[in-house]
Design a protein around this ligand. Structure first.
Ligand SMILES: C[S@@+](CC[C@H](N)C(=O)[O-])C[C@H]1O[C@@H](n2cnc3c(N)ncnc32)[C@H](O)[C@@H]1O
Length: 259
């Protein structure tokens, strides 16, 4: 508790990372990653392995751009640093431990909203905005979207539910879907300019009680997506994390794209 409070008070981040709960979530995720280390291990290994294989298909040198670097757990650090001249880690927030673990002269930490929409959300406006930052940078050889796409609407939606509770569900659903579409269009634009793109994304969230799956939520919110090149289960909440006898498993997909 004291460590959490200390992190909350002392982490350097943009005001929006506190306002929308990204800092809170990062601190909670760090604690959960420690508690659930054994249950998460196979997911982290599968993810790192898939990304490593995808990196090897791209030309060495240049810049690797990572969206959703977060705690930096599911990415192959050594391979990224070996293959590229620079690694740019982009997230709303990087905790001190992550900065420490990834400290290297090749690594740049960038706190940035990859949807480009949070400023308008803070005014209660559900504007749509197509991200374009870095698209003109020819040094970018590799883009990794590291399990961020399904999370893009999550914090804004819970903030809107508290501060603008009267927005209709249909409007929120359409806006959430457009966030995912914009992210895919953004990744496609990097592919079109010659970068390799690796996408790791939740497919479905399965909630079970006594080993019986009771609820399945589509992390893509009904949006069509290409068939994954690999998939695996991530026991994100083993027994004991939620209510007794309840568990959560995320089905994760992985794609390696080049033009
Ligand atoms: C499931 S975590 C990714 C896990 C991460 N790759 C790791 O190994 O810890 C999703 C990440 O997306 C980030 N995120 C969500 N929405 C974002 C946004 N609009 N801009 C930047 N980062 C965002 C969160 O802060 C979080 O770190």
């Amino acid at each position: 508790m004291i460590q959490e409070l200390f992190s909350w008070l002392t982490t350097r981040c943009a005001p929006q990372a506190r306002q929308f709960g990204y800092l809170y979530e990062a601190i909670a995720m760090r604690a959960r990653a420690k508690r659930c280390a054994a249950a998460w291990q196979s997911h982290l290994i599968s993810s790192q392995q898939f990304i490593s294989d995808c990196i090897l298909k791209s030309e060495p040198g240049g810049v690797a751009l990572v969206f959703g670097s977060g705690l930096g757990l599911d990415m192959p650090k050594a391979q990224l640093l070996k293959h590229f001249d620079e690694v740019w880690l982009v997230d709303m927030v990087h905790l001190r431990e992550t900065r420490h673990a990834w400290q290297d002269e090749k690594v740049k930490f960038i706190e940035y909203d990859v949807t480009n929409t949070l400023s308008s959300i803070a005014r209660g406006e559900l504007a749509m905005s197509q991200p374009y930052r870095w698209l003109d940078d020819k040094h970018i050889r590799f883009v990794l979207s590291a399990n961020i796409i399904g999370q893009l609407p999550v914090q804004p939606l819970s903030w809107l539910a508290k501060h603008y509770p009267n927005i209709e569900d249909e409007v929120l659903d359409a806006w959430s879907e457009s966030l995912l579409t914009a992210h895919m269009t953004y990744l496609q634009a990097f592919i079109s300019q010659g970068a390799h793109v690796c996408l790791i994304a939740d497919l479905e969230w399965h909630y079970a009680e006594n080993n019986q799956v009771r609820t399945v939520i589509d992390a893509w919110r009904g949006l069509a997506h290409p068939t994954p090149h690999a998939r695996w289960g991530w026991r994100i909440a083993p027994r004991g994390e939620l209510r007794t006898n309840n568990t959560q498993t995320n089905w994760v997909g992985a794609w390696c794209f080049a033009d």
